[in-house]
Design a binder for this molecule. Structure first.
Ligand SMILES: [Zn+2]
Length: 414
């Protein structure tokens, strides 16, 4: 086995990221436990002690289980690289296929299949033990496995053509292949988002136009007030899988639509639904979605240029336990190396997202009602058993949404 600078950098980053993630999770659990005895004063009127303790227990159970996942993730990354997993799958694919694009695709397919199978028992436990214990899981095992199979097939249909094109660029375009690969990946991402609401989402859920006329009129008045044109107001049968409620915005141009989970419509009254929708419209009107797409395009440009450089370094392969370099192998190694190396970007992204959440809340307070949004948030926190007392450092690191206390305090001032 070869040990070089790439090995040391990867090992150090993996160790640092894993230790930090475990430390954050342990802090989070002990902070939640320490505040389990009492509902925070701001929520005393709306949360019973039993609600608060359910949220505390549910959040700790999820975080404790996540710690096992974090540790296993590190072991898997080591097994695929230094442990020879990637090299072994390379040889398996080489039994049928000579070196080339088809072999590269087979190798990528085998690795994705292996990592999916490793994750599957964890996903199963999460749904049928943790979510079920708190009354959130609505899936049957049959639906769970059907989803897993569909996801795998969908992944193959969507990603293999992109991977094939990238491998082809690497062979045919020369040193700057990565610019073409980056441009194609960004364009393909936009295309997938365009077809997601009409082609992909219906594979998993039923969507029906909103029926409730009172709510529909309310929502249409809000859309008109905000100068927003949208084709579909849809209700999705989220209750098939989970009792958690949500609402989201999807597609663009002709496929733009607003989707409400049926569970959300059951939890909230029409005024609260309007306030939640106003928040979502805020994300759109303030161009948060566009900004996020621009950010990720910029970031992937940096990643592709780094990949373009690494692919030409023999030490990159040998230092990470691979004896058979190939473009597909470089893509796969990159997939294992990048998460620990970019782990410290996580809090920056989360902070950026929380800033957008505050802005969208502000927009909702201007175009709907701040007090309706507050009561919607309280209901959603209570019904989803989200903790009111996250560890501040854990929250700063990961949370895409500001803690409930902070959001509500700002809305009260609005
Ligand atoms: Zn939001």
């Amino acid at each position: 086995m070869v040990i070089n600078n790439f090995s040391i950098l990867f090992l150090a980053a993996l160790a640092a990221a894993t230790a930090t993630r475990l430390w954050l999770a342990a802090r989070h659990v002990s902070h939640i436990r320490a505040h389990r005895g009492q509902v925070p004063a701001e929520f005393a009127a709306d949360f019973s002690l039993a609600d608060h303790q359910k949220a505390a227990d549910y959040s700790s159970a999820k975080t404790r289980f996540a710690m096992i996942d974090i540790a296993l993730g590190a072991v898997v990354a080591l097994a695929f690289t230094f442990g020879g997993g990637l090299e072994l799958l390379h040889q398996v694919a080489a039994l049928w296929l000579p070196q080339g694009i088809a072999h590269g695709l087979a190798l990528i397919g085998l690795v994705v299949l292996a990592t999916t199978l490793i994750d599957l028992p964890f996903d199963y436990y999460r749904a049928f033990v943790i979510e079920a214990r708190y009354g959130f899981n609505k899936m049957t095992p049959g639906l769970f496995f059907a989803d897993a199979a569909k996801n795998l097939l969908l992944g193959a249909v969507l990603l293999l053509p992109l991977a094939a094109a990238i491998l082809w660029f690497i062979r045919g375009v020369g040193d700057y292949w990565w610019v073409a690969a980056w441009a194609l990946t960004v364009a393909y991402g936009v295309f997938v988002q365009f077809i997601a609401p009409t082609v992909i989402a219906p594979l998993f859920n039923k969507f029906s136009p909103m029926q409730d006329t009172e709510l529909k009129e309310r929502v249409e008045r809000l859309l008109a007030r905000c100068g927003f044109k949208v084709k579909g107001l849809m209700v999705m049968d989220g209750s098939r899988r989970s009792a958690h409620g949500n609402a989201y915005f999807t597609g663009f141009g002709n496929t733009k639509r607003i989707v409400f989970f049926d569970t959300l419509l059951k939890q909230l009254n029409p005024a609260e639904v309007e306030a939640v929708l106003a928040h979502e419209l805020g994300h759109f009107k303030l161009r948060h979605i566009l900004k996020r797409m621009a950010w990720s395009a910029g970031l992937s440009f940096a990643f592709f240029s780094l990949l373009g450089f690494l692919m030409r370094q023999d030490a990159f392969y040998s230092g990470l336990g691979v004896a058979s370099p190939s473009p597909a192998m470089a893509l796969l190694l990159f997939m294992f190396v990048i998460p620990p190396l970019t782990f410290l970007l996580q809090p920056v992204g989360a902070m950026y997202s929380r800033k957008h959440e505050f802005e969208a809340d502000q927009y909702a307070a201007q175009h709907a009602s701040a007090s309706d949004l507050i009561s919607a948030l309280i209901k959603l926190y209570r019904d989803n058993a989200s903790t009111l007392t996250p560890d501040p450092i854990h929250s700063a690191f990961y949370d895409s949404h500001p803690p409930a206390v902070a959001r509500i305090a700002r809305l009260q001032k609005a």
